[in-house]
Design a protein around this ligand. Structure first.
Ligand SMILES: [Zn+2]
Length: 218
């Protein structure tokens, strides 16, 4: 894996994007790019998560990640990035500034999708559940891991070519009501509307099947 510092984004799959690019990872070239003065520590954490994921290492998933699953996978990657920032919140300002969007270089990206994963992790998905579908393990079939992840947490298929985050929200609202009842649906729906400080308070999310009672360390 290589890290390049560049003036402008050059990675093939990023060229057409109209949004401000702070960095990127090209799974084919196995290169992280960090752009000019647009990136900050959170960009590097985010891109490093890409390098560790099934979505860039499993050849059956790479094109999906670069194509139809792009935004939902990016949202998941940014959500996991937040765990690192949160865990260091007492020694660094990154988490606070990520949420407050103080500086463009370290503001939260893919916010609507990150918010969905945050809300899900308050109501049904333990934080450690994501590892099985995200972190690449040689010889472990991703499809099987994903199927058992969905079955275990009674979730609909969340990795699809979404028109936008509201379609994913609608599917999850229905699924949560069906499998967990109206109360959980209500909790999830309320969290989707909450301030980022609430929905992305990782210390209050489900861990190992129990809700944390304090905003303690992860
Ligand atoms: Zn990314």
């Amino acid at each position: 894996m290589e890290i390049n510092f560049v003036r402008e984004p050059a990675l093939r799959h990023l060229r057409c994007k109209a949004v401000l690019i702070r960095g990127g990872y090209d799974p084919h070239l196995r290169k992280i790019e960090l752009v000019g003065e647009c990136w900050c520590r959170k960009t590097l954490v985010h891109e490093t998560f890409h390098t560790l994921s099934y979505f860039t290492r499993d050849e059956n998933l790479v094109e999906k990640f670069l194509g139809e699953w792009r935004f939902v996978v990016e949202g998941l990657t940014e959500f996991l990035t937040g765990i690192v920032l949160y865990s260091e919140r007492h020694t660094r300002l990154c988490y606070e500034r990520w949420l407050a969007k103080t500086h463009c270089a370290c503001s939260i990206s893919y916010e609507a999708y990150v918010r969905i994963f945050g809300a899900l992790s308050h109501v049904v998905l333990p934080l450690d559940s994501y590892a099985s579908i995200f972190l690449y393990r040689r010889g472990v079939d991703w499809n099987e891991s994903y199927r058992s992840f969905l079955a275990r947490y009674k979730l609909p298929d969340i990795l699809r070519d979404w028109e936008g985050p509201s379609d994913l929200e609608a599917l999850l609202l229905d699924g949560i009501e069906r499998e967990y009842g109206r109360e959980k649906r209500g909790e999830f729906e309320k969290l989707l509307e909450e301030d980022l400080e609430v929905v992305l308070n990782y210390g209050r999310m489900v861990r190992g099947g129990v809700l944390s009672s304090s905003d303690g360390p992860i």
